[in-house]
Design a protein around this ligand. Structure first.
Ligand code: FO1
Length: 317
């Protein structure tokens, strides 16, 4: 069994690649929920949904989030009614949030709601929220504001300079059922090319998860979301800098230093990769920009082969 940790849209692409080369029953995905928000009275879990839609083959290619071909009539009507509209929910996407909100209101934990929605969508891999407890990523700006993650990311388009990122509720959160067992029992743990601060950071902030990564006998392999001195997409660079990490593959290695065995960097970073190698840390260069389905599968295949050289993989796509 392979356990992958992910968040964000780059992470979802990598998970799609894993699905192309692994049987679904061998894949357990632990997903960031620090980006979750209450919107129009509904519980929205963007990263869970990006993984769900990616695996169900219906993630919007153009936007990287929401459903392919969705419409936004409800959004237009909400605008007319004077509701906030800076966070856009598509009409068919709304059904996911309605279903989730209803399941939660019936008293089911997020992990069960997620399993039910994933099964209905025909997804065979196991998708686990990092926690059933609320943990909210908050972004503290240099002008003294404390923004919810989506306020920073979507409403303010990552423009405000960041002082720090904080995970509200982290100390009282517990790993969702199955998360620690998946890490401990995996043949390999893969960390997707996700933002280390706001996508993987919240997962690591749940008490017990970081220790499980340190203690697992499985190799822990991370794919760098940084190529050269910039993130492939999103605000990872600015957020890493705010946390005192170099914006480079060295910063990724530092963020995961206590549990990382193998770092996958883009060939553009071959020079820095050579400097970073040391006993206990392998650094391999593999093309990591995922534009096509072939790119996603090739990166997933390379990560799995580096983690488990004897693993038999499907030829797809
Ligand atoms: N991203 C945007 O840039 N603008 C949006 O209006 C927006 C809406 C949205 C709705 C549902 C969903 O699942 C994702 C959505 N996203 C939107 C993406 C979301 O902000 C990101 O996926 C993550 O939270 C960061 O990785």
């Amino acid at each position: 069994m392979i356990c992958a940790l992910t968040g964000g849209t780059g992470g979802a692409k990598f998970i799609q690649g894993l699905q192309a080369v692994l049987p679904p029953q061998e894949l357990v995905i632990v997903v960031n929920t620090g980006d979750d928000l209450r919107w129009w009275g509904l519980h929205v879990s963007p990263d869970l949904d990006s993984v769900l839609y990616a695996l169900a083959g219906c993630l919007s290619r153009e936007r990287g989030w929401g459903l392919e071909g969705d419409t936004f009539h409800c959004l237009e009507r909400m605008k007319e009614l004077g509701a906030p509209a800076w966070f856009q929910l598509g009409d068919r996407d709304l059904a996911t949030h309605l279903a989730r909100t209803q399941l939660l209101a019936e008293g089911r934990p997020l992990s069960q709601a997620t399993a039910k929605i994933a099964a209905a969508a025909g997804v065979g891999a196991r998708i686990l929220p990092m926690s059933d407890d609320p943990l909210a990523t908050r972004v503290h700006t240099t002008d003294g504001r404390d923004l919810a993650f989506q306020e920073f990311f979507v409403r303010e388009r990552c423009q405000p300079p960041v002082r720090a990122v904080h995970f509200l509720g982290a100390q009282d959160s517990r790993p969702a059922p199955g998360v620690l067992d998946a890490i401990a029992g995996a043949g390999a743990v893969l960390i997707a090319p996700s933002n280390p601060i706001t996508s993987i950071g919240p997962i690591l902030a749940v008490p017990g998860i970081r220790r499980a990564l340190r203690e697992t006998s499985a190799p822990v392999v991370a794919v760098s979301p940084i190529v050269g001195t910039a993130a492939v997409s999103g605000p990872a660079g600015a957020l890493m800098a705010a946390h005192g990490l170099p914006v480079s593959i060295a910063g990724i290695a530092e963020a995961y230093a206590d549990f990382l065995d193998v770092l996958i960097a883009d060939p553009a970073d071959a020079g820095s990769a050579a400097e970073l190698r040391r006993p206990g840390l392998q650094v391999h260069c593999v093309p990591s920009i995922m534009k096509s389905d072939d790119d996603k599968a090739a990166l997933a295949r390379a990560a799995l082969q580096l983690a488990l050289p004897d693993l038999a993989l499907a030829n797809a796509p």
